[in-house]
Structures are given as structure tokens and as C-alpha cells.
Ligand binder design. Structure first.
Ligand code: NDP
Length: 283
């Protein structure tokens, strides 16, 4: 079976269009546009690209983006002082601290300083707790984007067996929780998992988030399964995902490409979260 492509590019464009429409209505009513503050410490080239893409998405949707570019030698105290200032600024709706942080800065310490109501990445323990409890809160962008793209593709989730490769706090664990809330039966695999191939072959849906180029091969995928490839791997031949796309697409019913799959969805969901944070603060 030849897999149908799930275009994150097209779906994210539609979502950005919806956000743009809502922002335009807000501005037309005489109110200010939502504002996202992006904090980038250091000069990590990949982070610079991500921040630039987020800035472009803000521009396209009418969200105001304010950048804080900081020296890589910034102290934790100075960074926290900036976050406090942004927390207390009523004209800032969302705060995003681009990861990874340089040097000896502790990510968990810094992220916990962001006000949960402005935490558009959904990494604050309060939002993690709300996710687990399935109560309203800001959800992490990549997992939310994965669920949204599955739903908008019309893929039935209830009762499906989902195999997740990777157990990170950013992707694996939150996407597992979200899909559990969608009534999927979820298995989370990691580097110590035994019998990975057999486990993967049981999956109606496979979410690959391990950061290993072309790790998921055709023989690991059940005929007709859906493959969501989260991985972004830079190789000598350019970007590739965690799935061996060229071969896996022959057995999958649906598959996401890399690039153009989960990546653009992550940014679209950041726009959605910024709008949500704005609305919660102003209503
Ligand atoms: P992490 O490095 O934090 O986690 C990787 C996970 O993969 C770990 O749980 C690890 O297991 C598991 N793993 C590693 N090797 C294997 C293996 N051989 N078999 C099974 N599991 C394995 O990565 P992230 O979750 O942050 O990111 C994963 C990938 O997704 C990366 O390529 C990243 O660039 C990409 N990404 C893409 C995004 C997007 O917007 N498209 C957003 C975020 C990430 P263990 O815990 O045992 O070490």
C-alpha cells in the first residue's frame, strides 16, 4: 500500500489562517494584537533558525513578536530577572525561552520561572500537571501539533494502538498523555525497550521521536499503519526524519514527511497558544 502524505505544511497553513483571522478581528475591535516574547540565549545555529521561523509565523498571523537576544554568558540570575519582568508586563501574553540553554544554565530552573499563564511552550510543571489531569491549560506545541494533524486528516483515534518511540518531556511523554486522552492504547518505548520491532509492528499509529536518522524501517511497520515522524536529523544528504521514508511509505497508510511534517505544526500550535494566552489574560 502506498502511503498518503500528511502535509504538515498545508495543515499548519490552515491553522495559521484561522489564527490570523481571529487576530485581525481583535485588532479591528480596537484592542492590541497578542504579543509573544522570544528569549534566545547564545548563538546555537539551529536555535537561531527556529527563532527566526517563529518570528516569521508571528508576522504572518499578525501576532507581535518581541525578541530578547542574550549573550551566551548570561547568568541564571539575569535571565530570571528578565523572565520576571516579562511575567509582570501586562502587554506580554506569551513567553518562550528557546532551548537548549547555553553553558551552566539549568533549563528546569529557568522554565519554572515563567508564569504558567504565559507559558506558551507548555513546559511549566503547572501545565504539565494540567495536561496529565486533562484540565484546561497550555499544551506543549509539538505533541499538540501531532494530535491536531491526526484529527484534521480524519484519522480515528479512539481504540487505536499507538506506539511512541522516545520518552522525552518535550515530545514522547506529553504526546503519549494526549493520545491517552483521545482513548488510544499507548505504549511508550525508549532506548532500553526490548523487542522494539515486534512492539512497533503491533501499532496502528507509530510516533517516532528519537533523533536517529531512518531508524524506523519498513519491517517495523504494520501494513496500513500511520507513521508520524517527529525526528529532525541533519545528515550529509540534508534533513531526514527518524523513519526510512522512501521504504516505509510503501507499507504505511499515512506518513508525515521531514521536512514539511511535524515541524511546521509545532510553530502553528505556538501561534494558537499565544492567542489562547492572550484571550485568557484579556477576558
Ligand atoms: P531526546 O533526545 O530528549 O529523547 C530521545 C528519546 O529517544 C529518549 O527517550 C531515548 O530513550 C529514545 N531513544 C534513543 N535511542 C533509541 C533507540 N535506539 N530505541 C528506542 N528509543 C530510543 O529527544 P527529543 O524528544 O527532544 O527529540 C526527538 C527528535 O525529535 C529529535 O530528532 C528532535 O530534533 C526532534 N524534534 C522535532 C520537533 C519538531 O517540531 N518537529 C520538536 C522537538 C523535537 P532514553 O530515554 O532511554 O534515552
Amino acid at each position: 500500500m502506498a502511503g498518503e502524505l500528511i502535509s504538515g505544511k498545508a495543515i499548519s497553513k490552515a491553522i495559521r489562517g484561522e489564527v490570523k483571522e481571529e487576530v485581525a478581528k481583535i485588532v479591528a475591535s480596537g484592542k492590541r494584537a497578542p504579543v509573544l516574547a522570544v528569549v534566545l540565549a547564545g548563538k546555537d545555529p539551529a536555535s537561531e533558525i527556529y527563532v527566526n521561523n517563529k518570528k516569521k509565523a508571528c508576522h504572518k498571523t499578525g501576532i507581535t513578536s518581541i525578541e530578547h537576544i542574550l549573550d551566551e554568558k548570561i547568568s541564571e540570575k539575569e535571565l530570571i530577572t528578565l523572565i520576571d519582568k516579562l511575567n509582570n508586563d501586562p502587554d506580554i501574553d506569551g513567553i518562550l525561552v528557546q532551548l537548549p540553554l547555553p553553558g551552566k544554565l539549568h533549563e528546569h530552573v529557568v522554565l519554572e520561572k515563567i508564569s504558567p499563564t504565559k507559558d506558551v511552550d507548555g513546559f511549566h510543571p503547572v501545565n504539565v500537571g494540567r495536561l496529565v489531569a486533562n484540565t484546561p491549560g497550555l499544551r506543549p506545541c509539538t505533541p499538540a501539533g501531532i494530535v491536531e494533524m491526526l484529527k484534521r486528516t480524519g484519522i480515528e483515534l479512539s481504540g487505536k494502538k499507538v506506539i511512541i518511540l522516545g520518552r522525552s518531556n518535550i515530545v514522547g511523554k506529553p504526546v503519549a498523555t494526549m493520545l491517552l486522552h483521545e482513548s488510544c492504547t499507548v505504549t511508550i518505548c525508549h532506548s532500553r525497550t526490548r523487542g522494539l520491532k515486534e512492539i512497533c509492528r503491533r501499532g496502528d499509529i507509530i510516533v517516532a521521536a528519537i533523533g536517529k536518522p531512518k531508524f524506523v524501517t519498513k519491517d517495523m511497520v504494520k501494513d496500513g499503519a500511520v507513521v508520524i515522524d517527529v525526528g529532525i536529523n541533519r545528515t550529509d544528504n540534508g534533513l531526514c526524519g527518524d523513519a526510512d521514508f522512501e521504504n516505509v511509505k510503501d507499507v504505511a497508510s499515512y506518513i508525515t514527511p521531514v521536512p514539511g511534517g511535524v515541524g511546521p505544526m509545532t510553530i502553528a500550535m505556538l501561534m494558537v497558544n499565544t492567542l489562547t494566552a492572550y484571550k485568557s489574560a484579556t477576558t
